[in-house]
Design a protein around this ligand. Sequence first.
Ligand SMILES: NC(=O)c1ccc[n+]([C@@H]2O[C@H](COP(=O)([O-])OP(=O)(O)OC[C@H]3O[C@@H](n4cnc5c(N)ncnc54)[C@H](OP(=O)(O)O)[C@@H]3O)[C@@H](O)[C@H]2O)c1
Length: 263
Amino acid sequence: MDLQLHGRRVLVTGASRGLGYAVAQVLAQEGARLAINARHADTLHAAAQRLRAATAAEVVPIVGDVSQADDAARVVREAAAALGGLDGLVTNAGGPPPGRFEEFDDATWYRAFDLAFLFHVRLIRAALPALRASDLGSVVAITSISAKQPIPNLVLSNTMRAAAVALIKSLALELGPEGLRFNAVLPGWTRTERVTELLAYRARQKGTTVDEELAAQARASALGRMAEPLELGRAVAFLLSPAASYLTGVLLPVEGGSYQGLC
Ligand SMILES: NC(=O)c1ccc[n+]([C@@H]2O[C@H](COP(=O)([O-])OP(=O)(O)OC[C@H]3O[C@@H](n4cnc5c(N)ncnc54)[C@H](OP(=O)(O)O)[C@@H]3O)[C@@H](O)[C@H]2O)c1
C-alpha cells in the first residue's frame, strides 16, 4: 500500500532517539520531508544525519524543549518555515519520572502536566494555521497504554495520558468538519532507553535485576516479547498518512496483546 507520504511535510518532536526517532525513520523511508526536535543539539544533529544518510530524505533538526511554552511555539514556527508549511505533526516527548503518589509535590505534578499533557496542546495550537492550509492536515499524539490500563509506579504518566487521549478525541470532533484528523497511539512496552530506566527503577524497588524485569515484562504480552520501536513507528506513519483518510479520533494500542480489556 502506498501511504502517500512522499513530499509530505511533517514535524516529529522528541525524535533524537526511541519512539520519536523510529517514527521519523519510517516517515523518511516513505519520502516525507521532516523536521525533528529534541532538547540536546548534539544527539539531535547526529540523528538527523543518520536519517539523511540512510534515506536521502530532507531532515531539519530544531533544538527545543517542548515542555516550555515559548519553545513549543518556536519549534513549530521554525519547522513550518523550513519546510514551507506542515501537513503532519507527531507530538512526542520524554515521560514523567516513575514513583508513588506520596513522593510527588505540586511542582512535580505541574512539570508532568507540561511535559506529558500541555505540550500536546501547545504544539497543536501552534501548528493549526499550517495544518489548516494543508489539504491533508493530520496529527498523531504518542501517549501510552496506561491511558487504558494504569501502570504501577507511574501515577504521573498514567494521569496525564488519560487527559491526552481525551484531548485527541475532543479535537477530532471539534476540528473534523475542517478536514483535520487527530489520532493517538498508545504504546505498550517498547525497547527504548526510557524503558531501561523504568525497569531499572522497578528492579531497585524489588531487589531484582534489569534483565529479570525485561524478561518478565516481555512475558506479559500475548506475543511474549516487547515491541521494537519501528513497530510503533509504522503504526504512527499509517495513522498520519492519507492512507488513513477516514480514521480520526482513533486511540490505537500498539502493545502486543498485553492489554486484556474488551475495549
Ligand atoms: N518506550 C515505551 O515502552 C513507552 C511506552 C508507553 C509510552 N511511552 C512514552 O512515549 C514517549 C517516548 O518514549 P521513549 O521510550 O521513546 O523515550 P526516550 O527513549 O526517553 O526518548 C525521548 C525522546 O524525546 C526527547 N525529549 C525528551 N524530553 C523532551 C522535551 N521536553 N522536549 C523535546 N524533546 C524531548 C529526547 O531527547 P532529549 O533528551 O535530547 O530531549 C528523546 O529524543 C514518552 O513520553 C514515554 O513515556 C513509551
